[in-house]
Design a protein around this ligand. Structure first.
Ligand code: NAP
Length: 534
């Protein structure tokens, strides 16, 4: 339903939202045709609080030479709008010289948008706009974008921005590393200390935290894409995910922050599982994908309570490849089992210390015990010699199983086997006849470029009893299909994933994970239905 408009034609609800400090998700619309833009605006209004209409995306021929012909897009929008006319060098869709941009803003723009996004290079000459009172600066967002990295002259950019009369300042830059999020958060703090409103975004997958947490740290708004494919900037998550997965409307400065540190992390379904569990348990926490290249610098600058440079109520980490071993040197205390395994996949902030745990090992063994029962003297093959393989071999040995490690790198296979008093063999032309359990602890078969691969064929698996794939996406991997053809019993990786996440939930919140919520969320995220154990 269209919002009420004030006498000067602007939708009032935006200001009401501002008064009660509500979060604002802005959905950008970047369409080539007027018809496409109308449809997208209607959809955007269903999920966003405010819509950015990117007129630089529109085909100029459709507008018959006058952008005022796009007026009805703004007039008809059910939600408040931001009008943007971005030149290519600031991330826009067309080459626009300064003259063309000034002509647009002074004489040719639609007039019914609530906000105008004007780039710094124009806004800094604000007196030009004062001619005939062409711009109401209380409705201007003064913006600057850098798609390469953190601007070398960031302080100068900020200083120039605060010289403009624009009500809101916006700086968006490409995050090369997760620690660049600190810069975006500090910009928000600085704007607050200067009594200015601000939007500060670290673009790219390493900057997702700034998109989710920006509003609770004082950002005027955050941007959320209409669909994944229609994202207008790198790392932009969808508006629907901001609302339903990250529950952005409920995040405050008191919300506890957790996340998955790894590289890559954006494919992970852990945010779906853990955020659903927090919601169900009414725990005030949010779980983020944290794309980390250098774990030591990340922990020092953003996680460890004694050294972190931002105050962000951080509670814990899941750790995935390639950091499960390297994270150990950043911790104050490590659980003895994790120490023996040589890998930590869970970090808990306890007081001023960081404590490390491994929830993979127990999560790996429990589905196996429930299928096979007694594992003492069972003959088990573990394929792979990385972090997951270490947890698998350790827990199998704890149960008294006999383990043989198979890996493409003979040296790594030997080292892993020796650590746990096991044997090893090269993976090339391995035969698994006579094994009770064959575990795939490599990424072969994972959705994406490796999906069609398998560490063993049906012929190699013939005569084995049970095949256990730690890969969980897709749920049915090629390894499992080969094993079924060979007549093996099967276990997929989803059960282990959910079990290890439930233990992480318990470590962070001191509550039991809500039983059905995580498997259901995992299956929804993977687009499947039915219970995992079926
Ligand atoms: P990792 O530490 O990187 O180890 C991967 C292992 O796979 C290494 O031994 C690696 O050998 C081997 N490998 C990689 N590509 C290979 C190939 N083309 N052919 C043969 N071997 C190959 O990774 P990780 O943490 O152990 O994880 C392994 C898999 O388990 C991943 O798919 C992960 O998603 C899955 N996992 C699942 C769960 C769960 O809860 N279901 C938990 C943990 C892990 P090199 O050392 O020679 O490269």
């Amino acid at each position: 339903m269209p919002l009420a408009k004030s006498e000067d034609g602007h939708r009032l609800d935006l200001y009401l939202m501002k008064a009660d400090n509500s979060i604002r998700i802005c959905v950008p619309v970047c369409e080539q045709s007027l018809g496409g833009a109308e449809v997208a605006i209607a959809k955007a209004a269903e999920i966003g609080d405010i819509i950015e209409v990117r007129l630089d995306c529109l085909d100029p021929v459709q507008l018959a030479g006058s952008f005022r012909n796009g007026e009805h897009l703004f007039d008809q929008s059910p939600s408040p709008t931001i009008l943007t006319f971005r030149p290519a060098e600031q991330g826009g869709h067309r080459q626009l010289d300064t003259k063309a941009r000034l002509f647009f803003w002074l004489f040719n723009r639609p007039t019914s948008a609530e906000f105008l996004d004007i780039e710094l290079d124009l806004a800094i000459n604000s007196t030009v706009f004062d001619y005939g009172k062409k711009v109401d600066w209380t409705r201007v967002i003064c913006s600057h974008h850098n798609f390469v990295g953190v601007p070398g002259d960031l302080d100068r950019v900020f200083d120039r921005m605060i010289q403009t009369p624009a009500r809101i300042l916006k700086i968006a830059f490409r995050a090369g590393d997760i620690t660049d999020c600190i810069t975006a958060f500090q910009l928000l703090d600085r704007a607050r200390s200067e009594s200015r409103e601000m939007i500060a975004i670290a673009m790219g997958t390493a900057g997702i935290a700034t998109r989710v947490l920006g509003p609770c740290r004082g950002a005027f708004l955050t941007y959320g894409a209409l669909e994944t494919e229609s994202a207008t900037a790198p790392g932009q998550v969808t508006a629907r995910e901001l609302r339903t997965v990250y529950r952005i409307d409920r995040i405050s400065r008191e919300t506890r922050i957790m996340g998955l540190a790894g590289l890559p992390v954006t494919h992970s379904i852990s945010p779906y599982m853990l955020n659903a569990a927090f919601e169900s348990a009414e725990f005030d926490g949010v779980y983020l994908p944290l794309e980390v290249r250098d774990i030591s610098s990340f922990v020092t600058r953003m996680v460890h309570p004694r050294t972190r440079e931002i105050d962000w109520n951080f509670l814990g980490l899941s750790v995935t490849a390639p950091h499960k071993t390297s994270v150990m040197s950043c911790l104050d205390w490590i659980d003895p089992a994790a120490e023996e395994i040589g890998a930590v996949n869970t970090v808990l902030v306890r007081g001023l210390e960081l404590h490390g745990f491994n929830t993979d090992a127990d999560a790996f063994i429990s589905p196996l015990v429930s299928r096979i029962g007694e594992l003492r003297e069972a003959r088990c093959a573990v394929i792979g010699a990385g972090g997951a393989a270490s947890a698998a071999v350790w827990s199998l040995r704890q149960k008294g199983a006999e383990v043989t490690v198979f890996a493409r790198d003979a040296n790594k296979a030997r080292l892993l086997a020796e650590r746990f008093d096991s044997t090893w063999k090269p993976l090339d032309s391995a035969l698994f006849e006579g094994f009770d359990v064959v575990v795939n602890a490599t990424p072969l078969g994972t959705s994406g470029t490796q999906e069609t691969e398998t560490p063993a064929t049906a012929a190699q698996l013939s005569g084995a009893r049970l095949a256990y794939d730690l890969v969980y996406n897709p749920v049915e991997t090629r390894f499992l299909r080969e094993a079924r053809d060979a007549g093996c019993e099967l276990i997929g990786g989803l059960e282990m994933l959910v079990t290890q996440a439930a233990e992480q939930f318990r470590l962070w919140t001191a509550m039991e994970a809500p039983a059905e919520v995580m498997p259901d969320a995992a299956m929804r995220a993977l687009g499947i239905s039915g219970r995992i154990s079926e």
